[in-house]
Write a protein that binds this ligand. Structure first.
Ligand code: GLN
Length: 483
């Protein structure tokens, strides 16, 4: 059996009893053992847990109490709390942190009969675009081992692409689900802010963070959303909007759809192959029946600046809790509490995390608060309104996910500004709190290119439908890397 199965394919095998969940799980664990020395997508492989959950899933299936995710292997990004299993955020400061509770999404997957194969590598505290900021190890792109898988959910995306798991969960603060999905040629959905509970997600920038699926196809993304979406009283920002059946609306035709193409997303410095592939994709969407037109969102150009004020500001507040007293790593070689806290943070955090804490602390300090933070919040409102105006005319907006194909490991590691530019096309979506999906849309010299579809608040059904129609009409998502 190969391990490039989708959730619905694996589910059909389980249902027809052609394979048992335990057997399926063993096949994936073997694949993990075989390719992990090359890919390194995992921080922790939870073999015993996976086998125990698979036995439970087989019981559920035998009783007929299972659902579409029962018995299906999944990988969880290492910033989501898993009771009894290490949750490191790929940081030294949490290297020994074993949470006493599950994140809401993990709780929901457990109830659905998930088989958890492990925890995924990421940029430390989700800060980065290449997974090179992990304090644990670097993850390699399955399409070219010398290149990055994107980030910060690089472990999640690489593992799905390499067939080490059927699907994965990631988190997206400025692009961290969609950009690695694009780099690894898988599907990645960032839901509307408030659609999925953040309870138990280690906070990076609380007003931007959102959990979502990384999958092999669009139907799978809908199946995972059916389980993880919904209101949660433990996350006061989760919204009590009813959860539809996201698979219901997956129809391969786009008649009557109006799609806007924001010209500001075809930025300077974009690789011509990427722009070309997106133009070809837009033609395909037109063939499927959609009407397209160019639109202008002039404040897009401020998104990067706004994001790099707001995200570090929130991060500096959120990361204040790592003081060596409450969680994880603690510098003990002193009897002075202040020195202990200082050294805990000095040794526990990596350079990118420290850079963000300093940026955020500066932007929030007296005298600068109005000039930076407050100003950024005002521009945030303008960006949101610009999207609202566009959605009065269009059902969705079509853009590239990333201006480039995956870059070489080390290529941008010493140049934070170049790295920040990786997310120019994805950041505005988090600033506005709206949903967007990245789907495979081509290759340039064997390296993946992703198409981004941006939707209205709670418009996940619409962007899934557009993504599905495109996927059914193209072959990009069916290719697998040779690992
Ligand atoms: N790359 C962006 C950053 O470094 C976004 C990260 C994310 O979405 N978690 O902040």
């Amino acid at each position: 059996m190969d391990t490039f199965l989708t959730i619905h394919e694996a589910g059909a095998l389980l249902k027809k009893k052609q394979v048992a969940a335990v057997e399926l799980t063993k096949t994936y664990l073997e694949k993990i053992n075989k390719v992990e020395p090359k890919i390194r997508a995992f921080v922790t492989v939870t073999e015993d847990l996976a086998l125990a959950q698979a036995r439970q899933a087989d019981n559920m299936l035998a009783e007929g109490s299972g659902g579409p995710l029962t018995g299906i292997p999944a990988l969880i990004k290492d910033n989501m709390c898993t009771r009894g299993t290490l949750t490191t955020c790929s940081s030294k400061i949490l290297q020994n942190f074993v949470p006493p509770y599950d994140a809401m999404v993990v709780e929901k997957l457990n109830t659905a009969g998930v088989v958890t194969v492990g925890k995924a590598n990421m940029d430390e505290f989700a800060m980065g675009s290449s997974t090179e900021n992990s304090a644990i190890h670097i993850t390699h792109n399955p399409w070219d081992l010398e290149r990055v898988p994107g980030g910060s959910s690089g472990g999640s995306a690489a593992a799905v692409a390499a067939g080490e798991t059927v699907y994965a969960l990631g988190s997206d603060t400025g692009g961290s689900i969609r950009q690695p999905a694009s780099f690894c040629s898988v599907v990645g959905l960032k839901p509307t802010y408030g659609r999925v509970s953040r309870y138990g997600l280690v906070a990076f920038a609380s007003s931007l963070d959102q959990i979502g699926p990384l999958t092999r196809d669009v139907t799978d993304a809908a199946l995972v959303m059916n389980v993880i979406a919904g209101h949660d009283r433990r996350d006061s920002t989760s919204v009590p909007v009813p959860v539809p059946d996201y698979t219901k609306n997956l129809i391969p035709d786009l008649k009557g759809f109006r799609l806007g193409i924001p010209k500001e997303y075809f930025v300077e410095g974009m690789q011509p192959e990427v722009a070309g592939a997106i133009r070809t994709a837009i033609k395909k969407l037109e063939e499927l029946g959609a009407a397209t037109a160019e639109v202008s969102l002039p404040h897009t150009r401020h998104s990067l600046a706004v994001y790099y004020i707001i995200a570090p500001s929130e991060a500096s507040a959120n990361l204040a809790r790592y003081d060596g007293v409450k969680y994880g790593y603690q510098f003990k070689d002193t009897d002075n509490i202040w020195e202990a806290m200082e050294k805990t943070r000095q040794y526990g955090f990596g350079p990118e995390v420290k850079r963000r804490i300093m940026l955020g602390t500066y932007a929030l300090s007296a005298g600068y608060y109005d000039a930076y933070y407050l100003k950024a919040q005002k521009v945030r409102t303008i960006i949101r309104r610009e999207f609202d105006a566009a959605f009065e005319k269009y059902d969705a907006l079509i853009t590239p996910t990333s201006p480039t194909v995956p870059f070489k490991i080390g290529e941008k590691a010493d140049d934070p500004l170049q790295m920040y530019l990786s997310d120019v096309c994805t950041l505005p979506v988090n600033i506005a709190g709206i949903p967007a999906i990245s789907i495979p849309a081509g290759f340039a010299n064997g390296l993946p290119i992703g198409l981004q579809i941006i939707g209205k608040p709670f418009g996940e059904e619409t962007i899934l439908r557009i993504a599905f129609a495109f996927e059914q009409a193209t072959e990009w998502g069916k290719q697998t890397p040779a690992v």
